[in-house]
Design a protein around this ligand. Structure first.
Ligand SMILES: C[S@@+](CC[C@H](N)C(=O)[O-])C[C@H]1O[C@@H](n2cnc3c(N)ncnc32)[C@H](O)[C@@H]1O
Length: 168
């Protein structure tokens, strides 16, 4: 499939970013909490974590595209759903991961609704030198009711901005 080809070629680029994410954020304790990966796609972040012996059993994958989920090489629970209208009760996830997907979601209130109070949200978005400032501004506006715990930029083959937020 066309999308398989894209995602396989994307994997090494993503893996470089994931290395920086786990270097800068102590993700193990967060993954002990009930976790959702929104826009999980083919689960290459989970594959990366599992290869490093990091526990992924508490993660529920969420994606609207069943073909992406079919490409997953790790065993996970998945829910096929649109992130704009999530089929979960309020305040249930202690940790939400949303990598390279936030720009595709219009109703980001849904992510905040299903995140527990004091729960953590790991967000990332790719960018370039031209649009970096604009992208940071947009995310900060969208997440202004959460506390920003950490923010950093990854300068690998593709530039990435990473945010760790905490719900009040
Ligand atoms: C760019 S990929 C990122 C995949 C993965 N998070 C990663 O970092 O490798 C975006 C993923 O989000 C999914 N997606 C896009 N819009 C969505 C929505 N509204 N609800 C749920 N999933 C969505 C796509 O199907 C795709 O799998």
């Amino acid at each position: 499939m066309y999308s398989d080809k894209i995602y396989n070629s994307w994997k090494p680029i993503q893996n470089e970013k994931y290395k920086q994410i786990v270097k800068n954020i102590d993700i193990r304790p967060l993954l002990k909490l009930p976790t959702a990966d929104i826009g999980i796609g083919s689960g290459i972040f989970e594959e990366f974590l599992q290869k490093r012996g990091i526990e992924i059993k508490n993660i529920i994958g969420v994606d609207k595209n069943v073909n992406m989920i079919k490409n997953q090489k790790v065993k996970l629970k998945n829910v096929i759903a649109d992130a704009n209208s999530l089929p979960f009760k309020d305040n249930i996830f202690g940790f939400i991961i949303c990598l390279d997907t936030i720009h595709l979601i219009k109703n980001v209130k849904e992510i905040k609704r299903v995140l527990k109070n004091h729960g953590y949200l790991l967000l990332s978005t790719f960018c370039n030198r031209e649009n970096k400032g604009r992208k940071i501004k947009k995310i900060k506006q969208q997440m202004k009711d959460l506390d920003l715990i950490k923010e950093f930029t990854i300068e690998s083959k593709e530039m990435e901005i990473v945010f760790l937020y905490r719900k009040r």
